[in-house]
Design a protein around this ligand. Structure first.
Ligand SMILES: [Zn+2]
Length: 318
């Protein structure tokens, strides 16, 4: 079961992944976990903020939004690195073993890392942001409601922080997990949650109005990271990348043909990815390459920037 998300397949990691991916997922429950003594007191022994580690930058942002001063958040995949092929450093594994909560999004490295760390960090609670989210199959079809402990499925889109409605579910998962770990901070966490979800729904309404001109239209992206976003606003995402790799010559022709008949006017690429193929396709289509970043730190601001880029690059308004 080679994961389609392992783009530059890391040969060293693959046997570990094969071994782990078929096994049980860490923690059967999104919020349950060790450390009940901490939960009972509402503070850990030092009275310091709850140590949280997040898989990717946007998950770290969400954890800070909901946890506020009750949490101290670090992130596993540094800005500018590609999460699908990332491998944590030994220092990060050590750091993770000192955290109380790990915020997971479903990247391949997590499949391997989290079961391994359970032995050395029995008090670590894994909070899976996919909990309660209907995951979209990358190759199309019906969405699948995720429950903690569900086996890894490389066909399910992990970019869940780019869907405004999915974000509301993720915020609630974090709220519950942080309150369970720090009941003494309940008021603060609930208030952070309310203010975040209010900003989110205001933004969602604004995006729905803004993106009306794109309803029924297609955008062409290199890496298919924007499906939760495009699904929300009736946009079709066409991707150059196939099953996590660059397309072959035949697939390339298919992409160009589909994009041409869909009338795309831009190719959207991520800063982490090689642009050569995207540039070649843009040239054949006679359109521009536009860089957008699905991993930007301020998720809400980024959703607005993405919407503006999609508008400007598709129908020429911003
Ligand atoms: Zn991605």
């Amino acid at each position: 079961m080679a994961s389609s998300w392992i783009r530059i397949s890391s040969a060293a990691l693959l046997p570990v992944l094969l071994f782990i991916a078929c096994g049980a997922s860490p923690r059967g429950n999104a919020v349950a976990g060790g450390d009940s003594a901490t939960a009972a007191s509402g503070q850990d022994r030092s009275g310091s903020p709850l140590r949280v580690m997040a898989g990717v930058v946007p998950a770290g942002y969400l954890a800070r939004q909901i946890g506020g001063s009750a949490v101290d958040v670090s992130v596993m995949v540094p800005p500018g690195r590609e999460p699908h092929t990332y491998e944590p450093t030994p220092q990060q594994v050590t750091e993770l073993s000192k955290a109380k909560i790990y915020v997971r999004v479903g990247m391949p490295f997590e499949e391997s890392l989290l079961p391994r760390i359970r032995a050395t960090a029995p008090g670590l609670t894994v909070v899976d942001l996919r909990t309660g989210v209907e995951l979209r199959p990358i190759s199309g079809g019906r969405r699948v409601l995720f429950k903690p402990g569900d086996p890894a499925d490389e066909n399910l889109d992990p970019h869940i922080w780019l869907g405004p409605r999915e974000l509301a579910t993720e915020a609630a998962t974090l709220r519950d997990a942080f309150i369970a770990a720090r009941p003494g901070e309940r008021e603060l966490i609930e208030s952070n949650y309310r203010s975040f979800t209010e900003r989110l729904s205001t933004l969602d309404a604004r995006l729905a109005r803004m993106l009306k001109p794109l309803d029924g239209k297609s955008i062409l992206v290199f890496h298919p990271a924007f499906g939760y976003f495009t699904d929300t606003y009736g946009i079709t995402q066409l991707a150059i990348e196939k099953d996590g790799r660059e397309p072959g010559p035949r697939e390339l022709l298919d992409v160009i043909r589909t994009a041409r008949s869909a009338g795309v006017r831009s190719v959207f690429v991520e800063p982490e990815f090689a642009e050569t193929t995207a540039r070649r396709i843009a040239e054949s289509l006679g359109v521009d390459v536009v860089v957008i970043n699905p991993l930007a730190a301020d998720v809400l601001a980024n959703l607005l920037s993405m919407a503006k880029a999609f508008l400007a690059g598709t129908v020429g308004v911003s």
